[in-house]
Design a protein around this ligand. Structure first.
Ligand code: UGA
Length: 439
């Protein structure tokens, strides 16, 4: 049976959730207080790039399964389920800022006239649902309001969000009432996967623990990569060897420039703070963050190992988004790398298939900073090529052409996309992460 749903917050998670829930046949209202974003969505444009999302968006908007609103009170008027997908950014000490969640809870409370199921999808600290419940009760000022709060964390990855929505590894549902459980099970019944029904704090913690564990795997392999650089071992082979053990698994053991994006950096810091707030030693997560922060400087050291002096060198950068298949540059290593290279006095030629417009807002083009529309144009006359994001088109680049275009054939590969033997065939000086100091 189709449900009437409001999705509050039209960021990556909210928008994908709204589009995909509408595709499942539900009647969805997407709401965001950012009037500009709502106008854009109403005008048939997506504010983000996400593979496969645009086609689905067109379909569900054309069939009026998905509409958009600026006002939460109007959006929740006739719906049965409200998904909260607003941002939970980091405060300066790493704690999650829950002011947007609280604001939504207040607004819902003031406009509650009959039963609603309120589902938190944003990544939130354990026990946030209790605060949502309390806030709704507080602001209802004695009116009898009927509602449930549930947790249904999102595990989608940017760049694969649509695929992840329809084919997830699992769906986690945290509930404390039969009514909420029934509604959510019904909502997800078209999706064929394991559904884990747990209590609400457990569901909330599954999300934070999963993201922090994946970040931990990445920092662990980056720590090992540093040792490989010192000893001549090959981190890719170390990861392959570890990954063959089914208890470990090969995924998320790719060494390089570390994790970025809007989730891992924020969530590891937030979980560290949560542990601390209960007087627990979560120093392990502090170490994960410290190792990750150190990646850019390790990379810059390699560029210096290759070129010695960076002042007045022309450096090409391939890849600016925090990972491939997205235009998202939040916490992308590229931002810190560009800043450091400019400080060192280098001239940069930047290329990314999708993220250049976003980076231009941070670093407007200038005499020492050019954005080019072709990856080979970027290396033309360059002293070094830096690989910062592992887009597929870079992996299959014509290295003969690259070498012949460059002034000095140096490649510093922050994502280990090439095989050293292959690159050396083209007389390129090749530096990568955790596979010996230089080539
Ligand atoms: C991550 C989780 O994977 C999702 O399950 C979760 O829903 C999402 O956060 C979220 O909380 O919303 P995402 O941030 O889109 O998804 O990106 P990932 O594909 O997980 O990659 C995160 C970062 O780790 C990227 O910067 C990537 O380059 C880096 N990474 C990943 C490595 O450095 N090495 C690896 O082996 C894997």
């Amino acid at each position: 049976m189709a449900l009437k749903i409001a999705v509050v917050g039209m960021g990556y998670v909210g928008l994908t959730t709204a589009v995909c829930l509408a595709k499942l046949g539900n009647d969805v209202v997407g709401v965001d207080k950012d009037a500009r974003k709502v106008k854009m969505l109403k005008g048939g444009k997506l504010p983000i790039y996400e593979p496969g999302l645009y086609d689905l968006f067109r379909q569900v908007v054309n069939s009026e399964k998905l509409v958009f609103e600026e006002s939460i009170p109007r959006a929740i008027e006739n719906v049965g389920v409200i998904f909260i997908c607003v941002g939970t950014p980091s405060l300066s000490d790493g704690t999650a800022d829950l002011s947007q969640v609280e604001e939504v809870a207040r607004t819902i409370s003031e406009n509650l006239d009959s039963y609603r199921l309120i589902v938190e999808k944003s990544t939130v600290p354990v026990n946030t649902a209790k605060w949502i419940r309390r806030t709704i009760e507080l602001y209802s000022k004695g009116r009898s309001v009927e509602f449930d709060v549930a947790s249904n964390p999102e595990f989608l990855r940017e760049g694969r969000a649509v695929e992840d929505f329809f084919h997830p590894d699992r769906i986690v549902i945290g509930v404390d009432s039969e009514r909420a459980k029934k509604l959510l099970l019904e909502l997800y019944s078209p999706i064929d996967t394991k559904v884990l029904v747990v209590d609400i704090p457990t569901a909330e913690l599954i999300k934070h623990a999963s993201n922090s564990f994946l970040a931990l795997k990445i920092s662990f392999i980056n720590m090992i990569a540093d040792l490989c650089d010192k000893t001549g071992a090959d981190v890719k082979m170390v990861a392959d060897g570890m990954g063959l053990d089914k208890r470990i698994g090969r995924a998320f053991l790719d060494a390089g420039l570390g994790y970025g994006g809007s989730c891992f950096p924020k969530d590891t810091k937030a979980l560290f703070r949560i542990g601390e707030s209960y007087h627990l030693d979560f120093g392990l997560l502090k170490a994960v963050d410290v190792i990750n922060q150190g990646r850019v400087e390790r990379f810059i050291e390699k560029v210096k190992d290759a070129l010695w002096v960076l002042k007045d060198k022309v450096i090409a950068v391939w890849g600016l988004s925090f990972k491939p298949d997205t235009d998202d540059i939040r916490e992308a290593p590229s931002i810190r790398i560009v800043r450091r290279l400019l400080e060192e006095g280098a001239s940069l030629r930047l290329f990314d298939p999708k993220a250049m417009e976003n980076v231009k807002r941070v670093f407007p083009p200038s005499g020492r900073l050019l954005y080019v529309n072709d990856m080979y144009e970027a290396v033309d006359g360059a002293n070094a090529l830096l690989i910062v994001t592992e887009w597929n088109e870079f992996k299959t680049a014509d290295l003969r052409k690259v070498a012949s275009y460059m002034k000095t054939p140096v490649v510093v590969d922050g994502r280990n996309i090439f095989e050293p033997e292959e690159v050396k065939k083209h007389n390129i000086f090749y530096y990568s992460m955790g596979r010996g100091k230089s080539a």
